[in-house]
Design a protein around this ligand. Structure first.
Ligand SMILES: C[S@@+](CC[C@H](N)C(=O)[O-])C[C@H]1O[C@@H](n2cnc3c(N)ncnc32)[C@H](O)[C@@H]1O
Length: 279
């Protein structure tokens, strides 16, 4: 254990994954569908249920997306700083804030990799990073979260295949290697001298879509670009897993269960972080 550098293992595992990492532009494109599907989802409710909030609290939401958590949080705390590198995600956040009369969210267009001080990111009672830790330098990102938090950091992290459907990859003849998950986060934190708490959210809600195409679109991001040979295989796969409901909608009989890890920790002074070189 002492000779393992979990941040190096994280980077190596990311290089072995068989799905394409998402760019800023990919997230811009996904923002509308993501916003539609993730408002008031089971995940959102369960994540929020795990937070102890006070009206005078300040919150940082890193990789906030369309405001999945920032919007409900803004109703319960003093101020939310919502950061994302996708301007389309931030546009959805602004639209939803206006619709709900929310005036206490400050949004910042910024990335994990940026200089947070230059972005104006300070310190907050509560720091959240929900399903957004898509970074090459995980230890660097965790160090930033730790430095920004006064009371608590809480992270929503992938478990195994995460939101991906391995069966869809197999249906088109592609290998599926998921890349690293929460266990790397836990171990990097451990190597930083942080003993994190761990909990899990199991997604049990049935997936329902207004049309067959909407169901297919909701999964398109997993495969990135389809070849002409793969397209009919995708169609056959969805013929198998979609059930037409009497009202014209479609339910997806998912073969795999998605789970999310919820990792939380109280910040520690950076001087106590163990250096891997000193292990
Ligand atoms: C799966 S969404 C999660 C959104 C929201 N936190 C939630 O749980 O619903 C991931 C978000 O992280 C953002 N993101 C991904 N990589 C990022 C980076 N390097 N810097 C900043 N934001 C990033 C994406 O733009 C996207 O909005």
């Amino acid at each position: 254990m002492e000779t393992i550098d979990w941040n190096v293992l994280w980077k190596e595992s990311r290089q072995k994954r068989t799905w394409q990492g998402k760019t800023r532009e990919d997230w811009d494109q996904r923002s509308a569908g993501f916003a539609r599907r993730n408002t008031a989802s089971h995940y959102t409710q369960e994540f929020l249920r795990r937070l102890t909030l006070r009206p005078e609290m300040t919150v940082l939401d890193m990789g906030c997306g369309p405001g999945t958590l920032a919007i409900p949080l803004a109703h319960q705390v003093k101020r939310v700083t919502a950061v994302d590198f996708s301007s389309e995600m931030l546009n959805h956040l602004a639209e939803r804030s206006a619709q709900e009369g929310i005036t206490n969210i400050e949004s910042i267009n910024g990335a994990w990799e940026d200089d947070w001080r230059a972005l104006g990111i300070g310190t907050y009672d509560l720091v959240i990073a929900s399903r957004s830790l898509a970074v090459d330098d995980l230890r660097g990102a965790l160090t930033k979260l730790n430095a920004a938090a006064k009371e608590l950091v809480i992270i929503g992290d992938r478990v195994g295949h995460g939101p991906f459907d391995p069966a869809l990859f197999h249906a088109v003849g592609r290998e599926f290697v998921p890349g690293p998950d929460y266990i790397y986060t836990i171990n990097i934190l451990y190597q930083m001298g942080i003993h994190a708490r761990l909990d899990f959210i199991e997604i049990q809600e049935p997936k329902c879509f207004e049309s067959r195409q909407a169901a297919i679109d909701s999964c398109a991001w997993m495969l990135h670009q389809l070849t002409p040979e793969e397209q009919p295989m995708v169609d056959r796969y969805f013929d198998r897993i979609l059930i037409a409901n009497a009202d014209g909608s479609f339910s997806m009989t998912s073969q795999v269960q998605t789970q999310w890890a919820v990792i939380s920790f109280s910040p520690v002074p950076t001087t106590t972080h163990k250096l891997v070189a000193n292990l």
